[in-house]
Design a protein around this ligand. Structure first.
Ligand SMILES: [Zn+2]
Length: 364
């Protein structure tokens, strides 16, 4: 199963919106941020396995819409080229104030403090590409003013990304009264909301929130935080019949753990998707970071690998991603078995369900 390439202990520092949030049980050790960098893996220079993520795009499959891309670093051109390469017609691009090294948070410990400025940057960076890059602003829902949020929506924001269900960005319960006005507005305007929820910790809060706002147009990423526990996914889907989930896997340990479990649970997940295919949406959780200098190509290769692996999970019999290797903390490029969805189910998960969720954002 494993291919003979150099160990690639991994880029945990770059993992997406699950950074520091392994699939994870309360109290488990957080993923060490900045624990490794491509330059310092095992003391080597650029790992020999870097080129392993250059597999060609999958053969014939429907064009896709990626509903989960963190646009940071202003890398719009590189992102558009990546979408072209993988036959992705459009992407929801998410304001990510805590993930952008070009705009570090102000002193004071609140890593989310720059959210308003991040929204302004996102709207500006996507201005010339709104046919393909659909901006999702982010808010601190207890702080945002209704007029402010409506202003961003009126200026072209397609949706809202919320990080408040991430355990490190969770200042109050998801169903806290302080959030009520914002959720009421999002529900009333039928705004697409991508709501990250660590459902190991906050499933009850999600339940209360969705009971209070049953018409919220929510997609809950990473199989609603349940890639490693399909019992939980099945329970959440049953409780909330209008909830949608994305299938994205970010870099590093959370992605590896998710792909590994879903390979084990392949038939069960195929059955869940087959029963209600309209509830599952493709996403890559790409974070558009590019290392400087000679590492830039390595970064772009990693983008390609992540996008293609997330497509492969849905569309291919086999796909490549990092997986556990011989020793502790060793990740090695290897193959996984994909779900190999077909026909209308595949088209829906790759794009059709996103078109419905995104509504008017995509134009005619
Ligand atoms: Zn993410």
């Amino acid at each position: 199963m494993l291919r003979g390439v150099a160990p690639l202990a991994l880029t945990l520092l770059l993992a997406g919106c699950q950074r520091g949030e392994p699939g994870s049980k309360p109290g488990s050790t957080p993923t060490p941020e900045a624990a490794a960098s491509p330059e310092r893996v095992n003391g080597d220079e650029q790992p020999a396995g870097a080129s392993a993520f250059t597999a060609p795009p999958l053969p014939e499959r429907p064009a896709a819409i990626d509903i989960h891309v963190h646009l940071v670093g202003g890398h719009v051109d590189e992102l558009l080229a990546t979408l072209d390469r993988h036959r992705i017609s459009a992407a929801a691009v998410l304001a990510s104030p805590h993930l952008d090294p070009d705009h570090p948070p102000p002193p004071g410990g609140d890593k989310f403090a720059g959210w308003r400025a991040a929204n302004e940057r996102l709207l500006e960076q996507t201005q010339a590409h709104r046919d393909r890059l659909l901006p999702f602003v982010t808010v601190e829902p207890a702080q945002v003013e209704a007029a402010e949020l409506e202003g961003w929506l009126d200026r072209g924001a397609c949706g809202v990304k919320l990080y408040i269900g991430h355990h490190s960005l969770h200042p109050r319960p998801l169903d806290d009264p302080g959030y009520a006005a914002t959720f009421a507005l999002l529900e009333q305007r039928a705004v697409p909301v991508l709501l990250h929820v660590n459902t190991v910790r906050f499933e009850d809060e999600l339940d209360a929130l969705l009971r209070a706002y049953p018409k919220l147009e929510v997609v809950c990423p990473h199989l609603c935080g349940s890639r490693t526990d399909l019992d939980r996914l099945e329970r959440i889907l049953a409780k909330h019949p209008s909830l949608r989930v994305d299938t994205s896997h970010g870099e590093g340990r959370p992605g590896v753990d998710g792909f590994t479990n879903l390979e084990r649970e392949r038939e069960r997940l195929r059955a869940l998707i087959g029963a209600e295919p309209q509830r599952f949406l493709y996403g890559s959780d790409l974070v558009t970071l590019i290392s400087s200098g000679s590492q830039a190509e390595f970064s772009l290769g990693r983008w390609r690998g992540q996008v293609e692996a997330n497509l492969g999970l849905l569309a291919a019999e086999r796909f490549e991603f990092l997986r556990d290797g011989a020793g502790p903390a060793m990740l090695t490029t290897g193959e996984y078995r994909g779900l190999a969805l077909e026909g209308e189910v595949l088209e829906g998960v790759l794009a059709g369900n996103a078109r419905i969720w995104l509504g008017g954002c995509l134009g005619p």
